[in-house]
Design a protein around this ligand. Structure first.
Ligand code: NI
Length: 173
């Protein structure tokens, strides 16, 4: 396994629509293992393949114990699809690809996701609370959507100004 470099906004790879996985081969298992290691190393609660520069529909999330803690039991979702949503919740989100920024995002309160495991076997996952947020956030990545697309324009502009300043400061170091 290996920790992979994480692609950072505004890299255009974060804006691409990812391709469905068709071959459940060793390459896929290797990528999933590397993504799991990368996520746990960051640490983060979820990671989508485009965030390591691979435009395939593959997501890893941690095994969430409760709203505060997560552990290192990684769940892998191949070709995940949101098949049901219910209610609304406002939840503070961040992203390993969007550095130094958190903002509240309106999401569905409950979700049902259909996916395949690394052998291609279909399964269904139901989630609410924080895990429902993580699933929606990671599935968005597969369509080139970031959480900053789901906040107000004003707040997004504030982040973009902050990012420009960070890049300028970094250039002066
Ligand atoms: Ni993210």
């Amino acid at each position: 396994m290996a920790v992979l470099p994480i692609v950072k906004y505004p890299d255009p790879r974060l804006r691409a629509a990812s391709e469905p996985v068709e071959n459940f081969d060793d390459g896929l298992k290797q990528l999933a293992a590397d993504m799991a290691e990368t996520m746990l190393d960051a640490p983060g609660a979820g990671l989508a393949a485009p965030q390591v520069g691979r435009l395939v529909r593959l997501v890893v999330i941690t095994g969430v114990e409760n709203d505060e803690n997560y552990d290192d039991r990684v769940i892998t979702l191949v070709n995940p699809r949101l098949v049901r949503t219910e209610g609304e919740q406002l939840y503070d989100e961040g992203c390993l690809s969007v550095v130094d920024f958190n903002e509240k995002v309106l999401r569905a309160a409950e979700v049902e996701v259909e996916a395949q495991d690394l052998d291609g076997k279909p399964f269904t996952m139901k989630a609410d609370g924080r895990r429902a947020v993580i699933l929606q956030h990671e599935l968005d990545h597969l369509d080139g959507v970031l959480f900053i697309d789901r906040i107000s324009r004003l707040k997004r502009d504030i982040y973009q100004r902050k990012l420009k300043k960070m890049q300028k400061d970094a250039a002066h170091d």
